[in-house]
Structure formats: C-alpha cells, structure tokens
Write a protein that binds this ligand. Structure first.
Ligand code: SAH
Length: 227
C-alpha cells in the first residue's frame, strides 16, 4: 500500500498533463522561499502556474532555472525569485484591479491572476502582446486583459488602479502611472537608467494623496522604451 501511495503521488502531475509540477515545487522551495518570500498565496500561485508554457518551445528546458530566460524580441521573462518578490511586495487583495506594464511572456500576469480580481497588462511589442494573450487563453486564464500600447501613458480608460507593477525599467516613475494609482494604492517598479541595473522601489500613495517611496534591492531589468 505504501508503494502504491507513492506511485500515485508521483503520477499525479502526469495525470493532469503537467509533467513539470515537481520542478516547480523545487523552484519555489529553493529559489523563492529560501530567499525569504513568505506570502502563502504568492507561493501557491508560483507552484501552480506552468511557467514553461509561457516561453517559446526552444527555451522551455530552462524554465525552472534560477535566472531570466530570453523570450524573443530582445526581451526576457524575469528570474522566478524576482517574480515572487515583486508579487509579494505588491501586496494584493482578491478585490484588486492591477495594471502591469510590460506583459512580455504573460507569466507575471498569470501569477497575479489568481490573486486579484482583474489584471490589465500593457506591452509595447505587438507580437509579444499577441503571443502572451494566446498563452493566457490556452491556460484558461480569464481575468487578464492585454493591450498593445505604450506603458508611459498607462491605461486611462480603466484607471484608477489599486496596484501597478512595472516589469521594464523607466529612468523615473512615469507621472501618468502615479496619477492612475488610487489613494491607498501601491506601485512596484525597477527604477533607474544605469547600465549596471536599477533599484526595485515600492511607492505608496497615501489616502491624502501624498507619496512615500522606499527602495528594496538592486535588480537588472530591460529598459522601458518610449514609442
Ligand atoms: N512581465 C514579463 C517580463 C517582461 S520583460 C514576463 O512575465 O514575461 C519587459 C517587457 O516590457 C518587454 O516585453 C518589453 O517589450 C516591455 N516594454 C518595454 N517598454 C515598454 C513600454 N513603454 N510599454 C509597455 N511595455 C514595454
């Protein structure tokens, strides 16, 4: 009986067609929890979202490694730990409407999707917006809206947002995005123009509209480009 139970546990991921669930458990434990990300909802989402299916087939073998992976058009899908850290810093609730700038592969949006009400994600490269939309649809993710456009303008038609996350680095936080944040809202972004990297900042807009900003760790993101 003992053997049968073990066998069933091992076969469970295969049964659901998710052959790489075991790799994800290890990724979350060794790369994300081990570095201090604790939010159980974030950890659960990262155990469940099939990261490899948001990547081009040629690079899927690298999906669960401890580094970013190229996704074409000179862009990358962030290192798993950075996705976990930024999602935790964003401090989301199930009622939240979240704006993401830099859809890329769609993976960060897919991790946010089960944690919030709706994700609005903007991508400046048309082909990436299209393929991310296709990946999200293929996984049955129904609460992410992807729009091809320039994140410097934000998404005024759907503003204000409870939370905003940038996954490309601007030299400074764009004022349009601060304006589209609700009072009580938070924005997480890599900020800076140095070739050596940026700092990951958390900006809070208080109920009275005043802004508080703190920096966390040094990061290395692709620059947020202008149209
Ligand atoms: N969140 C992504 C990581 C994307 S990498 C993921 O999970 O895969 C950063 C992305 O930001 C790239 O796809 C890049 O094309 C996009 N980007 C750069 N400048 C932008 C801008 N001004 N507006 C919208 N997207 C932008």
């Amino acid at each position: 009986m003992g053997t049968l139970c073990c066998l069933l546990v091992l076969l469970a991921p295969l049964r659901t067609g998710d052959s790489r669930a075991a790799e994800r458990l290890i990724m979350v434990r060794e790369q994300i929890e081990a570095r201090g990300v604790r939010n159980p909802d974030v950890l659960r989402a990262m155990r469940e979202v099939p990261r490899h299916l948001y990547m081009p087939e040629a690079v899927r073998g690298m999906a669960y490694r401890d580094h970013p992976v190229p996704i074409g058009h000179g862009q990358t899908i962030s290192q798993p730990y950075i996705v976990g850290l930024m999602t935790e810093l964003l401090d989301v609730r199930k009622s939240h409407r979240v704006l993401e700038i830099g859809t890329g592969s769609g993976y960060q949006a897919a991790v946010l999707a089960p944690l919030v009400k709706q994700v609005y994600s903007m991508e400046i490269v048309a082909e990436l917006a299209k393929s991310a939309q296709a990946s999200l649809a293929a996984q049955g993710v129904g609460n992410v809206s992807v729009r091809h456009g320039d994140g410097y303008q934000g998404w005024p038609e759907e503003a204000p947002f409870d939370r905003i996350i940038l996954t490309a680095a601007p030299p400074e936080v764009p004022q349009a995005l601060v304006d589209q944040l609700k009072p009580g809202g938070k924005l997480v972004a890599p900020v800076g123009s140095s070739a050596l990297g940026q700092e990951l900042i958390v900006l809070e807009k208080r109920a009275d509209g005043s802004i508080r900003r703190r920096s966390t760790i040094g990061v290395m993101f692709v620059p947020m480009v202008r149209k």
